[in-house]
Design a protein around this ligand. Structure first.
Ligand SMILES: *Cc1c(COP(=O)(O)O)cnc(C)c1O
Length: 462
């Protein structure tokens, strides 16, 4: 399986190189040259299988020769062994024809564990074979960093450094990053906000001497292997509700467009998905783009669903690539326009292409909070604010086709917003109830590239 860049000017890579590279050298994102289709019989055959067996069948064709069958099965088994639910992605019913897919039973209580746990295993296996070591550096506003640390802790060929804004992540998120005791895990609290952290990471990737000397690698949401791992639960939920014999729809709380793009790939593989509904909070660039065709940045407004507080959605570029007829130059042009003038107009043809697969909606802060309150009262299900954005938007798109809304985090990860809406503080699952007693380990650093780089150099040579 070959992977090509959305901007058409980077080398074609195989799966393993794509995973280890992350961002393409022309600034684009990697995509498979062809999406391998599954037949109706193959999709029907997934029904009743374990999540792990489904994952193997769905991902195998994308991975090519990078991992043998038995090895891949073993890595998948290890990735999901730490989940707190035997179904891994558990389906619940909220209302007639409306279902919730609980994606928060992983070790850090957010859907990012599905992808991160697997790529931790894939990285380690690939590096152990080549004898290489890499340094993973990432910036986080909370969920990505904790998922990355949890996935890479204790792995022999990887050091992981996560930069988070000091004082600006929730206590649960911070403790998930600062309490792992393994020597290869390094939580760095930076004086600044999320953009400060992200700028420092970008500067490190652009410092080629540093980048090569520490063998920098990235695992942010544009990494293709993360998208691929997320394709699986669209199938598991779809066949659980009768696909391929009847269609389903999904509503996805969306920030960087990684999760919903995985649904788009499932659809391209043959899963009968009628609509993929993009649900945004008040940071609604995607909803505005799909409604009116203008993809224009508007500054980030902090919300009670902070993991969806984004300025631009990096993975949207992958959907644009298909919408513009896989013309890398056209994508490069609109991306340059976005960078220079803060926005661009999506061509009529491209917009029609996108609207065939995607619908969209937004939830205000009040609507999000009211949805948490009402769903808890009506069903007993306590939603996190991100999942509540999804449920609110899904309710405007219900039809005779079963709607599956993705629940992206556990309510206990965002206890303040949930308590404000329900009057009750959600508690952590028993397996992590001692999070608040574990000792923390963290380096507080100023917003200075040299200071961060010298800590990284010291730690990896220690
Ligand atoms: C990351 C995240 C999202 C957004 O997912 P994208 O793939 O960036 O669209 C939504 N909800 C939660 C809880 C998250 O952590």
């Amino acid at each position: 399986m070959n992977y090509i860049s959305t901007r058409g000017a980077a080398p074609v890579l195989d799966f393993e190189a794509t995973m280890l590279t992350g961002l393409a050298r022309d600034g684009g994102l990697y995509l498979p040259e062809h999406v391998p289709p599954m037949t109706t019989a193959e999709i029907a055959g997934l029904a009743g299988q374990s999540y792990e067996d489904q994952a193997f069948a769905i991902m195998r064709p994308f991975i090519g020769g990078a991992f043998g069958d038995a090895e891949l099965q073993e890595l998948i088994a290890r990735a999901y062994a730490g989940f707190g639910h035997p179904a891994r992605a558990a389906l619940k019913q909220l209302a007639p024809n409306h279902f919730l897919l609980e994606l928060f039973h992983g070790p850090t209580l957010a859907f990012k564990d599905f992808a991160m746990q697997l790529i931790g295993q894939l990285f380690q296996a690939a590096l152990a074979r080549s004898g290489e070591r890499v340094t993973i550096v990432g910036a986080t506003s909370g969920d990505t960093g904790s998922a990355a640390i949890e996935a890479f802790r204790g792995l022999a060929n990887v050091d992981v450094f996560i930069l988070f804004p000091h004082g600006r992540v929730s206590e649960v998120q911070r403790r998930q990053m600062t309490t792992p005791s393994e020597d290869n895990v390094h939580a760095l609290a930076i004086d600044g906000d999320f953009d400060t952290c992200q700028a420092l990471v970008k500067d490190m990737f652009n410092d080629f001497a540093f980048r090569d000397s520490v063998k920098l690698a990235g695992v942010n949401s544009i990494n293709w292997a993360r998208v691929l791992a997320q394709v699986v639960y669209y199938f598991s939920a779809g066949v659980g509700l009768g696909a391929p014999h009847r269609p389903v729809s999904f509503t996805v709380p969306t920030g960087n467009f990684g999760d919903i793009f995985a649904g788009y790939i499932a659809r391209a593989m043959g899963l009968p998905i009628e609509k993929l509904v993009v649900a945004t909070n008040q940071n609604d660039i995607l909803h505005r783009a799909l409604s009116a065709g203008d993809y224009v940045t508007d500054g980030v407004k902090p919300s009670i669903s902070p993991s969806m507080d984004i300025q631009v959605s990096s993975n949207f570029e992958r959907a644009l690539f298909d919408a513009y007829g896989r013309d890398g130059e056209a994508v490069a042009r609109v991306m340059a326009e976005l960078k220079e003038s803060g926005g661009f107009h999506i061509s009529q043809g491209a917009l029609e292409f996108l609207r065939e697969a995607f619908a969209s909606g937004r939830a205000s802060e009040e609507e999000t909070s009211a949805t948490i309150t009402r769903i808890a009262r009506e069903t007993g299900e306590v939603l996190c604010p991100h999942s509540a954005v999804g449920v609110h938007v899904a309710e405007a798109h219900l039809s005779s086709t079963p709607m599956i809304t993705l629940a992206t985090a556990h309510p206990a990860k965002f206890p303040d917003a949930v308590e404000a809406a329900t009057g009750e503080r959600p508690s952590l699952p028993p397996r992590m109830a001692d999070l608040f007693e574990r000792p923390e380990r963290v380096n507080r650093l100023p917003n200075e590239l040299a200071a961060v780089q010298s800590v990284i150099n010291e730690r990896i040579s220690a």
